[in-house]
Design a protein around this ligand. Structure first.
Ligand code: UDP
Ligand code: MG
Length: 335
């Protein structure tokens, strides 16, 4: 017997057809004073687009009055849907919760603190219609502190662009527009929302970028500090690994294993030769230790690569998840 699985819903071939033109997804955590002004201006902008839309606010376990305020707002705004998470799961999980219930053909994301300008949405949508699957905002005139925010972010953006090969000026900008079918192919874990454009590229999406406005945070406090730099670095490692070796882990771990193990064997070989043919003692040779270490580590890497190969197969075959994504299928004789 099959039971409903969230992952099944993510697969584009099983996704329900879009019933709305736009879903706006906004994660909020303790933004009691920001939700109303933001939703008011969002409503005005979305109405001006003249197509059916929904506003999805995901309350990420707020402990202030956000929850009550959102409840009041649902009475006033028919287009508003609020997802209350049971506790604070983090911005990535909150976004994923919004994506899972989004019904719009296009999904628009922005922060709930009022730092993004809803008035930029029509331009982002126009840009997407030029032929992109994802369009990301670029806060070219960013209104955040220089040293604690803008400088680390600049370094991070260059590094992420260089390592993932997806060149964006501003990975941290929450204001983005996606075709919904792309999001259905991307799984979000940890704090991966920062890497969404790279993850979308990984499943074959085309990514565009557009300068957008940015306001200073007027009310409430930022939820992040400098500690995120280390986490971003580690996440970047994961993203790089996923993008390059997800379906072929043995090729990277096996290579490492062969190189290190080979080096160890060579050193061991030289030492053995000296011992056997020249009677050089091995007791006081630190190189022996190195040789043993390299050979062991080499074996470990190869084993990890093989385990990785088994894991990939389990992941894909247990849920019949293809290792590719299809843009469209054209059949002869049909218009
Ligand atoms: N947020 C969230 N869950 C969290 C942390 C943040 O939903 O655990 C929301 C937050 O309410 C805001 C957005 O994510 O709408 C971005 O957070 P913030 O403005 O603190 O980040 P910054 O702009 O300072 O990078
Ligand atoms: Mg903010």
């Amino acid at each position: 017997m099959s039971h409903p699985d969230v992952r099944d819903r993510r697969r584009s071939d099983q996704a329900p057809p879009a019933s709305l033109a736009f879903s706006v997804v906004i994660p909020v955590y303790n933004e009691e004073d920001n939700v109303r002004p933001l939703l008011d201006s969002l409503r005005d902008v979305m109405e001006s687009l003249g197509q059916p839309y929904e506003l999805i606010v995901v309350d990420d376990g707020s402990t202030d009055k956000t929850r009550a305020r959102l409840r009041d707002l649902t009475v006033e705004m028919p287009a508003l849907r609020v997802v209350q998470l049971r506790t604070n799961f983090g911005q990535t999980a909150a976004l994923a919760a919004g994506f899972d219930i989004a019904r719009g053909a296009l999904v628009i994301t922005l922060d709930g603190d009022g730092q993004n300008d809803p008035a930029d949405i029509p331009r982002l949508v126009d840009k997407l219609k030029e032929g992109y699957d994802v369009v990301s905002g670029w806060r070219h005139d960013r209104q955040d502190p220089l040293w604690s925010r803008r400088v680390p972010s600049r370094v991070a953006n260059s590094l992420i662009s260089f390592i993932t090969g997806v060149h964006l000026h501003d990975y941290g900008c929450a204001l983005k527009v996606y075709r919904r079918e792309i999001l259905q192919d991307v799984a979000l874990y940890g704090e991966m929302h920062r890497f969404l454009p790279a993850l979308c590229r990984w499943v074959g999406a085309t990514i565009g970028e557009l300068p957008v406005g940015h306001f200073p945070r007027r009310l409430g406090a930022s939820k992040y500090g400098l500690g995120r730099m280390v986490r971003v670095l580690l996440d970047l490692l994961t993203v790089k690994f996923l993008m390059s070796y997800w379906t072929r882990p043995i090729q990277i771990f096996g290579l490492l294993g062969l190189v290190l193990g080979g080096l160890g064997s060579a050193v061991g070989g030289v030492l053995s030769y000296q011992k056997i043919f020249h009677e050089v003692g091995l007791a006081n040779r630190p190189l022996l230790l190195l040789a043993v270490l390299l050979v062991l580590v080499g074996f470990q890497f190869i084993s990890i690569g093989l385990l990785g190969e088994m894991l990939v197969r389990t992941y894909h075959e247990s849920q019949r998840k293809p290792v590719y994504t299809v843009r469209e299928i054209l059949s002869g004789g049909q218009s």
